[in-house]
Design a protein around this ligand. Sequence first.
Ligand code: MG
Length: 373
Amino acid sequence: MTTAVIITAAGRGARAGGDLPKQWQLLAGRPVLAHTLAAFAGFDVVLTVHPDDLERAKSLFSGQIVLGGADRAASVRAGLQALAGRGITRVLIHDGARPLVGREVIERVLSALHTHKAAAPALPVTDALWRGADGLVTGTADRTGLYRAQTPQGFDFEAILSAHLSYNIPAADDVEVARAAGLDVAIVAGDEANIKLTYAGDFARAEAMMKERAMDIRLGNGFDVHAFCEGDHVWLCGHKIAHSKGLLGHSDADVGMHALTDAIYGALADGDIGQHFPPSDPQWKGAASHIFLAHAMTRARARGYDLANCDVTLICERPKIGPHAEAMRAALAAIMGVDLGKVSVKATTSEKLGFTGREEGIAALASATLVQG
Ligand code: MG
């Protein structure tokens, strides 16, 4: 199926106040329409605009722009006609003033179009409904079976084009036009966040929702190697294991914890262990590595981040890590002050190849994800 999208932005939107129509007013520093267009990135989009906004539209959007008509239906009709003859099989029609539409809603509509010629998102009405006049309630209405309609509304292209061509009275939306032409319209679940910016207060609400979405997520990785030396134990991920060799290093040579510490510094773009704890500085000689890991976590929290998860892989033939992995997870979780479920420790051999295969040392790599919390 070949899908196109018509984004309607030809209305004048006077209810939102301000000098500009609502779809051109700024939301989080960009025109509302820029957010809406971004939500449909990757789709073949036609934008319908008012003639007064043509230059503004060209500076925002490099795709196809169509001048809208006297009302919404006329604008959509113009958009559909611009798409005719291009082999489009289905079309989504979306309000330019719904910038917070998510991919899930879009996917639900597209998916319903496999079995229906028309589908649209909606939410059941949950508030009580009244009739009123002169500031008084004059009656109540049954909300059973009532829905609040959203967009994008999706259609078989030829079916909605022909419906629009034979419809010429004002319509609230394209579902109304489709139904007038006898099409069944499937209802799919809408999203409370998919609000239509109508009043000035809607902008503040939309910005708050966008901030929530734009959560800062940071990923870092770390890698470390330490050579074996004479000894009778190794420290790995904060856990002491009896072994026929030790690990050589300026500190306790906990290779797993070093890789993890570097992953956290990496996520913060905050250097590495060597920078924070120079090997040239005698005070870190023989230091327990939990000092480094705790330091990295303190730096993360000072900047408002917490650990979402981390994953450490130890690469060695011996000692066998499996029997100690749970104790290592517990030690790391305690040092970082996070739940055990956020910490993974696993191991692999290198099939006797290379320096780890020859048991000359142990390598470790780690990933860490930080989220603003
Ligand atoms: Mg190291």
